[in-house]
Design a protein around this ligand. Structure first.
Ligand code: NAD
Length: 326
């Protein structure tokens, strides 16, 4: 993206990824040219202080229209969504936000001839009939959650807008994202964040997935790297649009607990699976991301050991300073 021409809008900017994406975008580009939007204020970043902020509900097309015109937006990072676990409790809300919201964003981008749109997808697009090991780029997409249904439709819609209208829509299928700023917003992989907070605070954790449930995961710096690398990739190299597989690491709750114990030997983890276990069992264990590697040179930096060390060191300092809000 050309630095001087960019007028960026981020939806869902108070969420787990949006919070850190806004900070990274405002560091990379001119802060006033990066508009943060959400239906709620951020708990961890003073969005209006660090750059422009507007309340925006993505299900309201006319509100998107007004903001896009007011700020002359040419690039959108569409992060607003209802995630898997919340989506199973409130399927109608997930449909409204994820489907109507995504359609509204794509329409606004098409009508205003925008340069580029990023729409994240998820490993939730896969289902029990999908091969669970080295899940291929092109494979069976029959998810069993409302979240997954909306993510498949979002990918197809993104690809449709790219091919039918020439809109430059890009996106990747993120695995569970691990981070230490904003807390996760109701996903099946949230345990992999909560476990760190509980380990630092209470030296024990009760996990809602079984000990041997292997899932793909990614540390936030790699998530941001994937977003920037894909958005800056030369379009002539891209054969895919809104549905790139991306991978960084895969582990089970038992393996993560063992890694944490290397730093906190007294840490104890128990396993009490709930409804999220059923969701996790329909998702891949490992992902084949060779298309992303080939088309935009995707390469993660963090594995389980390096991510664990970093998470614990950040959260331990925060705990010692009495700033661990959890
Ligand atoms: P999150 O739940 O932490 O944040 C989503 C944000 O969207 C929240 O701040 C919420 O207030 C906002 N929102 C909800 N309804 C809205 C509406 N009607 N209008 C505008 N904003 C609304 O989610 P996240 O983890 O930051 O996820 C961002 C994107 O990445 C989503 O598309 C999600 O599907 C995708 N993703 C996330 C993960 C993960 O592990 N976090 C994994 C795969 C894909």
């Amino acid at each position: 993206m050309a630095k001087e021409m960019t007028k960026i809008m981020v939806t869902g900017s108070a969420g787990q990824i949006g919070t850190e994406l806004i900070k990274a975008l405002r560091k990379k580009y001119d802060a006033p040219s990066v508009l943060a939007t959400d239906i709620q204020p951020s708990e961890t970043v003073d969005l209006p202080e660090s750059g422009p902020f507007e309340f925006l509900d993505v299900t309201k097309k006319e509100n998107i229209e007004a903001i896009v015109q007011k700020y002359r937006i040419d690039t959108i990072f569409h992060m607003a969504a209802i995630l898997s676990a919340t989506g199973e409790k409130k399927p109608r809300l997930a449909w409204d936000v994820n489907m109507t919201g995504t359609y509204n964003i794509l329409e606004a981008a098409r009508e205003h001839g925008m340069t580029r749109v990023f729409i994240p997808s998820s490993i939730a697009v896969f289902g029990p009939e999908t091969p669970r090991e080295h899940t291929p780029q092109e494979t069976i997409l029959r998810p069993k959650t409302m979240y997954g249904v909306t993510k498949v439709a979002g990918e197809l819609l993104g690809n449709y807008y790219a091919e039918r209208f020439g809109l430059d829509v890009r996106g990747c299928r993120f695995p569970g994202i691990i981070s230490h700023e904003a807390l996760p917003g109701g996903g099946t992989t949230d345990y992999a964040v909560a476990i760190f907070y509980e380990a630092v605070k209470n030296k024990k954790y009760s996990c809602f997935l079984k000990e041997d449930t292997r899932l793909p995961m990614m540390y936030m710096p790699d998530c941001l790297k994937a977003i920037f690398d894909l958005m800056e990739a030369d379009s002539s190299r891209l054969k895919h649009h809104a549905d790139f597989n991306v991978a960084a690491m895969s582990f089970t709750p038992g393996e993560l607990a063992a890694e944490i114990k290397k730093h906190i030997p007294e840490f104890a983890c128990e396993y009490k699976p709930d409804f999220r276990q059923t969701i996790a069992e329909t998702w891949p264990m490992t992902i084949d991301d060779s298309a992303a590697k080939m088309e935009w040179r995707w390469q993660p930096d963090y594995d389980l050991a390096v991510m664990t060390k970093d998470m614990l060191s950040v959260l331990s300092v925060r705990w010692a300073e009495g700033r661990l809000n959890y």
